[in-house]
Design a protein around this ligand. Structure first.
Ligand SMILES: NC(=O)C1=CN([C@@H]2O[C@H](COP(=O)(O)OP(=O)(O)OC[C@H]3O[C@@H](n4cnc5c(N)ncnc54)[C@H](OP(=O)(O)O)[C@@H]3O)[C@@H](O)[C@H]2O)[C@@H](O)CC1
Ligand SMILES: [K+]
Length: 497
């Protein structure tokens, strides 16, 4: 039931605040809150039936919270009872204190309402978690934390309404403690917390998160400043370059990778080959004279040039067809690297700064904003990010990446299980397709190369970088378990959309 990622706009992620705006828009345009809640609760009940044995046996407990998430729970309980299931409601707060739509929806519930019983929760067949959704605004503690722990320890299959209780829909972080759901049903669109980790795992995994249509028109999006996207094809498919019969290799750009010295010679080779595999027309590796013969012997498809000073590098870059630079993989850390990077940046080409370039620049971030308006991509993993941005907390990775992008006026690729691409204008994408076995030596060098290879093709920056991150994840999936970084190179070609 999850949205088909090929559909237009299925990549949109709404924060809890933006989702409130969508609900409000629907209510102002003719669909009452009660109608939305009725549809939300009914779709939860429909998914619940798929999780129960087909003969209808088994017990269902619906945990209902103090707000509208609880209201959805009462509706789901009503439908399940009507359909013949053995269902009871266990409220976690005083029913008399319910307000608004939730109070209205609790009234027609004439089935069994029972006091909190942790043992019953542990032995139920299905628990529907309708405690908290978008309204969670602080850590869960005390008795409610004990309820969540009982559910997590118990044997029941768990269905979360909107979000597992305790999970922040905005950040994907756990607030105190959270329900570990097997399946989640959310409304209108995924929330960032479903795609980010650990939220994705608490929600049951991407394949088990259902997005249901509760009758909110997508016209509401015109009034909401959407700026967060799931990194799937519908986000970037318009930014993929498809060469035509008359296109020339120079139409697809020329990437220059700056290589370094022993012992890290493979890193720049991986980046230069990954660039070529990603569809750019030409790839050149520039390296110091001392490593020239090794690199030139190892590479057939990539041109190898030598440079021993920034001046030498600039004379290679005098070829204006070189439109994208990769600096970092195997480049070496230190002042010389910093000097080289700053010389390259002055040439105003699209530039990907990775690995050693990021470490070298860590104390020079102010200088990066001097290149404001240029297409610069920084690809830190957490360790590099902390060195570069010691004042930005990584507790909320999405906000952290956005803040760093704004501060540097660069696109930030914050690498991790759910790699985030953040643009200085506030847009961000979150990827969910990288397999665990992609975390292997050299995979980052390949990513830097893919990003450059895609950027060289000249399409819009944010979409291109998001596409490149997706392509990297897809290549990991295609290369399969036990992959090493060089396996990704042929896999890139097989993964091209
Ligand atoms: N009509 C609509 O808009 C529709 C909404 N829909 C549904 O509504 C959900 C959003 O509903 P919501 O805004 O009422 O918030 P919700 O998640 O129920 O929680 C709020 C309550 O929790 C409490 N609370 C918060 N944190 C807490 C904590 N740590 N520990 C303890 N208490 C805590 C907070 O208490 P307070 O801060 O007031 O003390 C408040 O009472 C959304 O996820 C979707 O499922 C759908 O039906 C579609 C139509
Ligand atoms: K919930």
């Amino acid at each position: 039931m999850g949205l088909d990622p090929r559909l237009p706009e299925s990549h949109i992620l709404l924060s809890p605040h933006q989702m409130y705006a969508a609900d409000t828009w629907a209510m102002q345009n003719g669909t009452s809150g009660i109608t939305l809640m009725e549809r939300a609760g009914k779709s939860v009940a429909e998914v619940a039936t798929e999780m129960m044995p087909h003969n209808g046996d088994g017990t269902i407990i619906v945990l209902c919270g103090p707000g509208n998430n609880g209201g959805d729970g009462y509706v789901a309980a009503r439908y399940l009872a009507e359909w013949g299931y053995t269902v009871s409601v266990m409220p976690i707060s005083d029913i008399m204190a319910l307000k608004g739509d939730a109070a209205i929806m609790a009234r027609p519930w004439i089935g069994r309402t029972r006091p909190m019983d942790l043992n019953a929760l542990k032995s139920a067949d299905l628990v529907i978690d309708a405690m908290f959704g978008a309204g969670l605004d602080r850590d869960i503690e005390g008795d409610i934390a004990a309820v969540i722990e009982a559910v997590n320890e118990g044997s029941a299959v768990v269905l979360a309404v909107d979000l597992p209780s305790g999970l922040s829909g905005a950040t994907g972080q756990v607030q105190g403690t959270a329900i570990q759901a097997d399946t989640s049903v959310t409304f209108f669109s995924y929330k960032p917390g479903h795609i980010l980790t650990p939220g994705r795992y608490y929600s049951g995994g991407i394949d088990n998160i259902h997005v249901v249509d509760i009758g909110i028109s997508r016209d509401c999006l015109a009034d909401i400043q959407v700026n967060t996207y799931w990194n799937t094809a519908s986000l970037w498919q318009g930014a993929v370059f498809h060469p035509g019969p008359s296109s020339h290799k120079y139409d697809r750009g020329h990437v220059l990778v700056l290589g370094g010295r022993e012992p890290a010679l493979g890193a720049s080779r991986l980046a230069s080959l990954a660039a070529l595999r990603s569809g750019c027309g030409l790839s050149t590796l520039a390296c110091p004279s001392e490593s020239y013969s090794i690199q030139a012997t190892a590479l057939t498809d990539v041109m190898v040039r030598r440079y021993d000073s920034s001046f030498g590098l600039l004379s290679i870059m005098a070829d204006k067809r070189i439109n994208t630079i990769v600096a970092g993989p195997g480049l070496g850390v230190g002042e010389k690297t910093t000097e080289t990077i700053l010389a390259v940046l002055n040439e105003r080409r699209r530039t990907v700064l990775d690995a050693d370039a990021l470490t070298s620049l860590a104390r020079q971030m102010v200088q990066l904003s001097d290149y404001s308006g240029q297409d610069i991509v920084l690809t830190p993993h957490d360790g590099e990010f902390k060195k570069m941005f010691p004042d930005i907390s990584l507790d909320d990775r999405l906000s952290a990446a956005r803040q760093a992008a704004r501060q540097t006026d660069c696109v930030i690729v914050l690498k991790g299980v759910s790699t985030i691409v953040a643009a200085p204008d506030g847009r961000a994408s979150i990827a969910s397709n990288a397999p665990a076995w992609l975390s292997v030596a050299g995979a980052g060098d390949v990513l830097a190369g893919i990003i450059a290879g895609v950027l060289a093709q000249g399409l819009p920056l944010f979409e291109s970088v998001s596409y490149a991150v997706w392509l990297h994840g897809k290549s990991g999936e295609v290369a399969g378990r036990g992959l090493i970084a060089s396996d990704l190179l042929p896999a890139i070609a097989k993964s091209l959309p």
